[in-house]
Design a protein around this ligand. Structure first.
Ligand code: ADP
Ligand code: AMP
Length: 223
């Protein structure tokens, strides 16, 4: 199984590209740590209550909490025999710290990990996130300028009113970007030191152009 880490600052297009990869590789498994945490907040679980304190401030949820969440997910995948049928596991939003990467390296052989790094600067990150809207029913991701819904703020497919995440406000986005620069970006150096191959992509390009580059990368990779 290949583990593909979608890496990049908040708003760089990880979720958008994950959707395209899933359309092209429908048997793959997708893990978004942010989605799991938001699901827990919605259900008001203990994990959700804890996570909300960090997410609302744009801070990282502590490594031990996230790592044990990932461990549970991997256990679920192994128990369900998923790993035999699914050749691709997409990680979106994990790892986000060196400790998380080290934890992942204990779960997955290093030669089974690859990454796509979507590079984007703060100015564009803010524009991307402040205008991001999501359909909570089908998970489609819109942008009020770059990828507008046809009718006002409703989903083209489900007709549901689109949702704006509560942490997608400018002041929180700036914190999230700073946390990314300080705690997450250093992972790239670890990729280099551990010979984990990663493909750097200019995140300013059009969605379709980026998708094509990622799909070509996957095609050229044996898994
Ligand atoms: P992430 O998962 O990295 O936080 P998203 O995939 O949710 O980022 O994208 C953030 C916002 O930017 C969304 O509103 C999305 O529609 C938009 N977006 C994503 N990729 C691009 C792109 N290449 N060009 C313009 N807008 C984009
Ligand atoms: P995301 O949906 O990836 O933008 O994540 C939203 C928020 O969830 C982040 O700002 C963090 O507070 C939290 N979060 C998601 N993934 C992680 C992670 N791997 N480590 C720590 N916190 C995380």
């Amino acid at each position: 199984m290949l583990v593909l880490i979608l890496f990049g600052p908040p708003g760089s297009g990880k979720g958008t590209q994950a959707n395209t990869i899933l359309q092209n590789y429908p048997n793959s498994i997708y893990i978004s740590t942010g989605d799991i945490l938001r699901e827990n907040i919605k259900k008001n679980t203990e994990l959700g209550k804890l996570a909300e304190n960090y997410i609302s401030k744009g801070l990282l949820v502590p490594d031990e909490v996230i790592n044990s969440m990932i461990q549970n997910k991997f256990q679920e995948i192994n128990n369900s025999n998923h790993s035999k049928n699914n050749k691709l596991l997409i990680l979106d939003g994990y790892p986000r710290s060196i400790n998380q990467l080290k934890f992942l390296l204990n779960l997955v052989p290093i030669n089974c990990i690859k990454s796509v790094y979507l590079k984007l600067n703060l100015e564009e990150v803010i524009k991307r996130i402040v205008y991001r809207r999501i359909c909570l029913k089908c998970n489609r991701i819109y942008h009020l300028i770059y990828n507008k819904p046809k009718n006002n703020e409703t989903c083209d497919i489900c007709n549901e009113k689109l949702h704006q995440r509560s942490d997608d406000k400018e002041e929180i986005v700036i914190n999230r970007y700073n946390v990314y620069m300080n705690s997450t970006l250093p992972i790239l150096q670890e990729f280099k030191e551990n010979n984990i191959s990663f493909l750097e992509i200019d995140g300013n390009q059009e969605v379709e152009k980026i998708s094509q580059t990622i799909l070509n990368y996957l095609k050229s990779t044996t898994f």
